[in-house]
Design a protein around this ligand. Structure first.
Ligand code: SAH
Ligand code: SF4
Ligand code: F3S
Length: 446
């Protein structure tokens, strides 16, 4: 079937960085097939939502948005759902939202042109099988960002944290060949991008059969022009000494780690099947801090997981205080169908008002810890990368290597440049800064 060469596609992305990266691959693939990406759904022949299933709230947002977007559809356009929610619900989505005619899971994007042709021909197409070989190696991603790039190095997850839907939506863990990752890093540099973030659900368990994550960091860090190297999300258990050594040795690796903790209670971590204790987590933090002094640390924490006692929650608060995170994403536990947590005794269920109260207290502790850390940084200097115009005012949003957001004065022509700034003010979470005029070295007389 030949496609209309003027067909347009609009993609909206929910969920984690992995989905952002997948949307870049989807758009790259469809552009190569003759589709023209557009920025508004009203102009699209194909509307795609790349979705997340991590919490019920994430799915409700998508359901709501599907309803809204129905009004943007024009005669002959099709609506498709991709990503984790598509994988989790499969054909059920077709009955939940009758105007949806395409459902495709994270391993199915190679078939998108054909699935779309079917959907545009009036069929309803569903593709949710896993493909453990799939890395979309021959796709040319259409990158949204001009100053930093996501590079997926691993798909799927082999952990089985008892609350988590990801192993069901993304399948088993597999790593890309190191040579392919390095090749993509070179391309990114050629496109003029100096900051790379390596992506995987437990990115530091990367192993392509020959090379581990420490070797990958060294190889990507050695690509000329890679100025900043980040990765997300690592699992505490996979921080081998070799990985931490590589982080310390490789100049491009930034001084920041997002290290999901989930809970500060060993008993709770056991019920979550996180496979580390409170002490092991603290020890991981200590090893990182010993090798990379001043490293920024952020985390994820869940409250209200089944059976969470007051004492266990207090242990989470004390761990957050003791570690002094720079920031934390905090979540109320959301039961996901089919995960082991849903089979725990019903009397373990934490009432919503208790979970909400705990979440509020946790957020207060996170904020006050971050605030006092950030106040202590005022007057220091940082190299920042100017990322984009800030949301408000005529300021620019810039990012330090240790992952602090710094707002600086300037105009859009500065986006993409690396500058040295002095941290002059903080809201408690973000900074304002002034650009430090670097003193030029005088020519040396000979
Ligand atoms: N692979 C990453 C996490 C991916 S999901 C890791 O292991 O660190 C991002 C975060 O969502 C998790 O760290 C967890 O804090 C949160 N999360 C996952 N499932 C959840 C659930 N059922 N309810 C609430 N929060 C959840
Ligand atoms: Fe989910 Fe755990 Fe895998 Fe992270 S490591 S994606 S939390 S199962
Ligand atoms: Fe959501 Fe899937 Fe990412 S469930 S968090 S989009 S892996």
């Amino acid at each position: 079937m030949t496609l209309d060469p003027r067909a347009t596609v609009y993609v909206e992305t929910y969920g984690c960085q992995m989905n952002v990266s997948d949307s870049e691959l989807i758009l790259g693939k469809l552009a190569a097939e003759g589709y023209r990406p557009v920025d508004v759904p009203e102009e699209a022949d194909v509307i795609l939502l790349n979705t997340c299933a991590i919490r019920d709230h994430a799915e409700q947002r998508v359901i709501g948005r599907l309803g809204e977007l129905k009004r943007s559809m024009r005669a002959g356009s099709v609506m498709g759902v991709a990503g984790c929610m598509a994988q989790r619900l499969g054909p059920e989505l077709l009955t939940k939202a009758r105007h949806v005619s395409l459902v495709v899971g994270p391993d199915g994007y190679r078939a998108l042109p054909e699935l779309l042709a079917r959907a545009r021909g009036g069929e309803r197409a569903v593709q949710t099988s896993f493909d453990l070989e799939e890395h979309y190696e021959d796709f040319a991603p259409r990158r949204f960002d001009k100053v930093k790039a996501w590079i997926p190095v691993q798909r799927g997850c082999d952990y089985r944290c008892t609350y988590c839907i990801v192993p069901f939506t993304r399948g088993a863990e597999r790593s890309r060949a190191m040579a392919d990752v390095v090749r993509e890093a070179r391309q990114v540099v050629e496109e003029g991008i100096g900051e790379i973030t390596l992506l995987g659900q437990t990115v530091n368990s990367y192993n392509d059969g020959t090379h581990d994550f420490a070797e990958l960091l060294r190889a990507v860090g050695a690509v000329p022009g890679v100025r900043r190297l980040r990765f997300t999300s690592p699992h505490p258990n996979d921080f081998s000494d070799a990985v931490i050594e590589a982080m310390g040795d490789v100049g491009a690796v930034c001084e920041h780690v997002h290290l999901p903790m989930q809970s500060g209670s060993t008993a709770m971590l056991k019920r979550m099947l996180r496979r580390y204790s409170r002490e092991e987590y603290l020890e991981c933090v200590a090893r990182l801090r010993a090798r990379i002094p001043g490293i920024g640390l952020t985390t994820d924490v869940i409250v209200g997981f089944p059976g969470e006692t007051d004492d266990e929650f207090e242990e989470t608060l004390s761990a957050v205080r003791e570690i002094g995170f720079d920031d934390a994403f905090t979540f109320k536990f959301s039961p996901r169908d089919g995960t082991p947590a849903t089979r725990m005794p019903p009397e373990w269920t934490i009432p919503d008002e208790v979970a909400a109260e705990r979440l509020g207290r946790l957020i207060d502790v996170v904020r006050s810890g971050a605030r006092s850390r950030n106040l202590g940084l005022l007057g220091q200097r940082r190299e920042v990368l100017v990322e984009k115009p800030a949301r408000r005012g005529d300021l620019l949003q810039a990012r330090s290597r240790d992952y602090k957001t710094v707002l600086i004065p300037g105009d859009a022509s500065m986006v993409g440049s690396y500058l040295t700034v002095e941290l002059t003010g903080t809201t408690g979470s973000t900074f304002t800064g002034t650009v430090v005029q670097e003193r030029r070295s005088l020519p040396v007389a000979v």
